[in-house]
Design a binder for this molecule. Sequence first.
Ligand SMILES: *Cc1c(COP(=O)(O)O)cnc(C)c1O
Length: 371
Amino acid sequence: MSNVLSRFNPSLATLPVYVPGRPIEEVAREHGLDPASIIKLASNENPFGPSPKALVAMETVLRQLHLYPDGSASVLKRALAESLGVRTENLILGNGSNELLEFVGHAMMCPGVEVVVPEFCFAVYPIVTALFGATLVTVPAVDFAADIDGLIRAITPRTGVLFLANPNNPTGTRTSRENILRLLREVPKDVLIVMDEAYIEFLEDPVDLVPQILSGQQTNLLLCRTFSKIFGLAGLRLGYGIASPALISAFEKVRQPFNINSIAQAGALAALQDHDHQARTRDNNRVGVEYFQSAFKAMGLPYVPSHANFVLAKTGRGGAVFAALQQRGIITRPMGSYGLTDWLRISVGTPAENARCLIALREVLAAMPAV
Ligand SMILES: *Cc1c(COP(=O)(O)O)cnc(C)c1O
């Protein structure tokens, strides 16, 4: 019998599926828990919530929702450009930085194109690559970190795109200044380098690649950033790309006219100016990463030293540990889909959340039958 599914894009048949962190409401229902008692340390969200200034700004837009949003998000873009020291022509906005990754797919990927990624890269890169029928080339990691020489060596005349997150999710590793600059120098200029900087605001001493773009030296570089992490607006869906004006106008062609809704434009504008909220989040994160890492050290749990707002720890049987923590109202992230079945990723929460998570983790590990 004929079936409409047979007409679907053949890439969809083997497309890997993104497994998000479990939502609080769903876990509450499943385990008969009070949603208010559940803590979510699963998706690297901001434990302090959105900036209070953003909340006020978003409320004031509600009455204007009968109007289409500003299709070019001009007010937000001007503020963003000013805060970054770039021109609005250097910016493109996405419905989450995930949408920017999809723009790259639309604009550059098709069967025959190779896409180079490091092992343990963010799950969305392989998904976008598969969606557009391009070929993923995975370069083995060294101590969980991207092997920059390996990435450079993996480039062929068929390579269209190279993705690198710095710091990386889910490992929390970072790439040194020297290695980043070498990568930018050595990758041919007809290969797009997507530098995913979702966690850059958590770094004490970030490598600023904006000057490389402004000088016109790096016409093949797209920096991707987001309001989902330090800005505490993951539910709003807003990310931005920074690149040369030529690259930006090429990507603009694949962007839907109203991809950034009015609430997101207002909320992000206010959040951008709330430096206290960002500083408080950064300080809390530094303390939280240190807290988890020193506890793991004391417990004899291997972990990957983190430069982001989460820690990847080798608990053994990550799926089982995740399930046992979830029963206790703590949502973390098992890493089986990354091939890290013995590992668990824990996002940094408030000090109280971190302490509760650690107490539960100790209990769970003590009760775990030996294999
Ligand atoms: C969280 C994250 C993002 C952000 O995604 P949004 O779509 O902006 O919410 C992008 N890249 C990496 C590596 C991430 O971990």
